[in-house]
Ligand binder design. Structure first.
Ligand code: S3P
Length: 452
C-alpha cells in the first residue's frame, strides 16, 4: 500500500434486519505465518483460504525478496520454500506497510542471519515500539541500527552463529513470543520462550505442523515454556486457513445491535486463545449459536448464528485481554448499546496497536454521544440501548489514525445510532478485511464510501 493513500471518508446509517449468510476472509495471524513458514520450509506449501489483505501480501513480498517462490493458482497460494537456514539477503528494504505482525515476526525470522536486512513501514507502524523484539534479538547477538527509541526504520545484522536464549516475555504478546521462536529456528541449540500469560498459539502449533522439534510445558500457575531446537528441517505443508474471528467480530456485533437481525457467519476459527469476545458478549446476553463445531487442520472451527439481542453491561476481567486483544474497539461499540455500564480492564497493550486504540475509541465514542471514561489501562462505557442521541448529526468524522479496526468499529456503530456515524478514512480496512464493505452491504448494512 502506498504510504500516502488519499483519505476516503465513509458514513454508516441506521439499518434494520441484517440478514444472510457470509464467509469472512482467512485469519490474519495464520495467513502471515502460512506465507512465512511456507517460504522458509523445504518443498511445497499449498494454502487455501489465505487472507488477501494488504498486510499479508506485504509478508508474501518480503518472503519473495528473501528467495521464496510464491504464486497464486486458482484459489490456492503455492509456495516453494528455501529450506530452513537458507533465506537470501534482501536487496532492498522490506516494506511492511501497516503490519505489526508481518514486521515483527520477520525481524525474528531473518534478523539472526549473518547479513543485513532493513525494515520500513507506514506512519502508524513507524511509531510503534520495536524494542520488545529488538531486545531479545540483541541477546541473540544481532546488531541493531534503528532510529529514535527503537522505531522503524530498523536495520538488523545477525552474528556468524546466533546465541540461543531463554526468554521470559515481559508483556502479553504473541508477536514477541513468535519473533524469538522464529529467531531460534536459525540458532544452534535450544531456544526457550517463557510465557506467563497465554497468548494466541498459532506459531507453536504451526511450527510443530511444519516439523519443528518443539515442546510446550505448562506449570501449575499456567506459565508456559516453549522450547525449540534450532536448525532443524521444516517441510512444506497443506494449509486451509479458517475465517478470522477478529474480522467476524464486526458483522457479529452489527447483528447484535441492529434490531431484527439474524445472520450466519461460516467457518470461523474458534481457537480458545481467540474467542474472548464471544465469551464476553455471551455474558452480556448475546444470542450467538455455535453451529457445526468441528476441527479443520488442527484448529477448532464453527459457524455462528447471531441474532439481535438486548445486551447488559458487565465487567470484563483483565485476564481475558490476550484472548480478545484486537476486539476491544468493537466491544466498546457493543457496550454503547448495552443497558448499564461495561468496564474493560487490563487494556495497556491497546495503547501500542495500529493507533493508541484506547484513546481513539474513547474519542470516537464521545464524538458520537456516548458517555464513557478512559483510564490509564481501562475503559468504561455507559450504554444507550435504543441508540437515541448517538451518532453525529453534524457529520463530524471519527479520526481513525490509520487503524483499520477503529474504522470498522465506528462504521458498525453507525448502523444502530440515531444519527449517522462518519469516519475520516476507510482506506486501511483493506489491510485486514478487503471484503468488509461488500459483505456488510450483502447483510443489509447502510454504509457509503465517499470519493468513489
Ligand atoms: C498478533 C498478535 C497480537 C495481535 C495482532 C496479531 C499475532 O499482537 O494484536 O493483531 O498474529 O501474533 P501482540 O503480540 O502485540 O499482542
Amino acid at each position: 500500500m502506498p504510504h500516502t493513500t488519499e483519505k476516503r471518508a465513509a458514513t454508516a446509517r441506521i439499518s434494520t434486519n441484517l440478514s444472510g449468510t457470509i464467509r469472512v476472509p482467512g485469519d490474519k495471524s495464520i495467513s502471515h505465518r502460512s506465507l512465512m513458514f511456507g517460504g522458509l520450509a523445504s518443498g511445497e506449501t499449498r494454502i487455501a483460504g489465505l487472507l488477501e489483505g494488504v498486510d499479508v501480501l506485504n509478508t508474501g513480498k518480503a518472503m519473495q525478496a528473501m528467495g521464496a517462490r510464491i504464486e497464486k493458482t486458482g484459489d490456492l497460494w503455492i509456495i516453494q520454500g528455501v529450506g530452513n537456514g537458507a533465506l537470501l539477503a534482501p536487496e532492498a528494504p522490506l516494506d511492511f506497510g501497516n503490519a505489526g505482525t508481518g514486521s515483527r515476526l520477520t525481524m525474528g525470522l531473518v534478523g539472526v542471519y549473518d547479513f543485513s536486512s532493513t525494515f520500513i513501514g507506514d506512519a502508524s507502524l513507524s511509531k510503534r515500539p520495536m524494542g520488545r523484539i529488538l531486545d531479545p534479538l540483541r541477546q541473540m547477538g544481532v546488531q541493531v541500527k534503528s532510529s529514535d527509541g527503537d522505531r522503524l526504520p530498523v536495520t538488523l545484522h545477525g552474528p556468524t552463529s546466533a546465541n540461543p536464549i531463554r526468554y521470559r516475555v515481559p508483556m502479553a504478546s504473541a508477536q514477541v513470543k513468535s519473533a524469538v521462536l522464529l529467531a531460534g529456528l536459525n540458532a544452534p541449540g535450544i531456544t526457550t520462550v517463557i510465557e506467563p500469560v497465554m497468548t494466541r498459539d498459532h506459531t507453536e502449533k504451526m511450527l510443530a505442523g511444519f516439523g519443528a522439534d518443539l515442546s510446550v510445558e505448562t506449570d501449575r500457575d499456567g506459565v508456559r515454556s516453549i522450547s525449540l531446537e534450532g536448525r532443524g528441517k521444516l517441510t512444506g505443508q497443506v494449509i486451509d486457513v479458517p475465517g478470522d474471528p477478529s474480522s467476524t467480530a464486526f458483522p457479529l456485533v452489527a447483528a447484535l445491535i441492529v434490531p431484527g437481525s439474524d445472520i450466519t457467519i461460516l467457518n470461523v476459527l474458534m481457537n480458545p486463545t481467540r474467542t474472548g469476545l464471544i465469551l464476553t458478549l455471551e455474558e452480556m446476553g448475546a444470542d450467538i449459536e455455535v453451529l457445526n463445531a468441528r476441527r479443520t487442520g488442527g484448529e477448532d472451527v464453527a459457524d455462528l448464528r447471531v441474532r439481535s439481542s438486548e445486551l447488559k453491561g458487565i465487567t470484563v476481567p483483565a485476564e481475558r485481554a490476550p484472548s480478545m486483544i484486537d476486539e476491544y474497539p468493537v466491544l466498546a461499540v457493543a457496550a454503547a448499546f448495552a443497558e448499564g455500564e461495561t468496564v474493560m480492564l487490563g487494556l495497556e497493550e491497546l495503547r501500542v496497536k495500529e493507533s493508541d486504540r484506547l484513546s481513539a475509541v474513547a474519542e470516537g465514542l464521545k464524538l458520537n454521544g456516548v458517555d464513557c471514561s478512559e483510564g490509564e489501562a481501562s475503559l468504561s462505557v455507559r450504554g444507550r440501548p435504543d441508540g437515541k442521541g448517538l451518532g453525529n448529526a453534524a457529520g463530524l468524522a471519527v479520526e481513525t489514525h490509520l487503524d483499520h479496526r477503529i474504522a470498522m468499529s465506528f462504521l458498525v456503530m453507525g448502523l444502530a445510532s440515531e444519527h449517522p456515524v462518519t469516519i475520516d478514512d476507510a482506506a486501511m480496512i483493506a489491510t485486514s478485511f478487503p471484503q468488509f464493505f461488500e459483505l456488510m452491504t450483502i447483510l443489509g448494512a447502510k454504509i457509503e464510501r465517499m470519493n468513489e
